[in-house]
Design a protein around this ligand. Structure first.
Ligand code: HEM
Length: 184
């Protein structure tokens, strides 16, 4: 029993160490811009993390912040910036319908709901593209960096979520929040 316990503890420590290593790299400004085509290729983004059924990617150039989410769903996917709760987050949400039509909306989180944004937030979206393939839905967005990343900030508060329907209304099947570490 003692041997088994030691093994379990060691395996847990190794797993924790691996996870810490994978998350330790911070999002840095580079000159390499991802292509906003609705497909995330290996090595395209400078920073990424695997969440519960959803992968979150980010890259930063001098002027732009690129964020992509790839969720295990045929329904909606979303990420939000500026808060670790729905309340106060600027949310980017969308889905691809069965006929291939894309619906995408920037939203602002208030309480446990989200609402349409004004022209100011819409103007921060430089480009966006969505695709759905093999049971996964991808949302790629290029944003103006300055409104989202304050000078000298050490982290960027973010939320993510996905739902099973092609609709902006039904609640998530999976959601979470994090701080994306920013390189100095
Ligand atoms: C589609 C409509 C949505 C509804 C009706 C909704 C509703 C809710 C409710 C009732 C909760 C509290 C229960 C729980 O923890 O699950 C919650 C929490 C949460 N939701 Fe949503 N949500 C929606 C969209 C979103 C979107 C688009 C995101 C991310 C971009 C998101 C991210 C979160 C997060 C991070 C939490 C936990 C922190 C918090 O309470 O704010 N939600 N949501």
């Amino acid at each position: 029993v003692k041997l088994v316990r030691t093994f379990v503890i060691m395996a847990t420590l190794i797993a924790a160490g691996t996870a810490a290593f994978a998350q330790s790299a911070a999002l840095a400004v580079t000159s390499t811009a991802p292509t906003v085509d609705g497909v995330v290729n290996a090595g395209e983004y400078g920073w990424s993390t695997d969440l519960k059924g959803l992968a979150l990617y980010a890259s930063r150039t001098a002027d732009s912040l690129f964020v992509a989410v790839v969720g295990d769903t045929k329904g909606w996917v979303a990420f939000g910036l500026g808060s670790q709760r729905m309340n106060g987050a600027t949310i980017f949400m969308g889905f691809v319908k069965a006929d291939g039509t894309v619906e995408f909306k920037p939203q602002e989180g208030r309480g446990r709901a989200h609402f349409d944004v004004g022209a100011g937030v819409t103007a921060t979206v430089v480009a966006h593209k969505m695709t759905e393939a093999d049971g996964k839905t991808t949302l790629e967005v290029e944003l103006k960096a300055a409104p989202y990343i304050a000078a000298g900030a050490a982290g960027l508060d973010a939320i993510w979520a996905m739902g099973s329907a092609d609709s902006f209304l039904p609640v998530h099947v999976s959601r979470g929040s994090l701080s994306i570490p920013l390189a100095k």
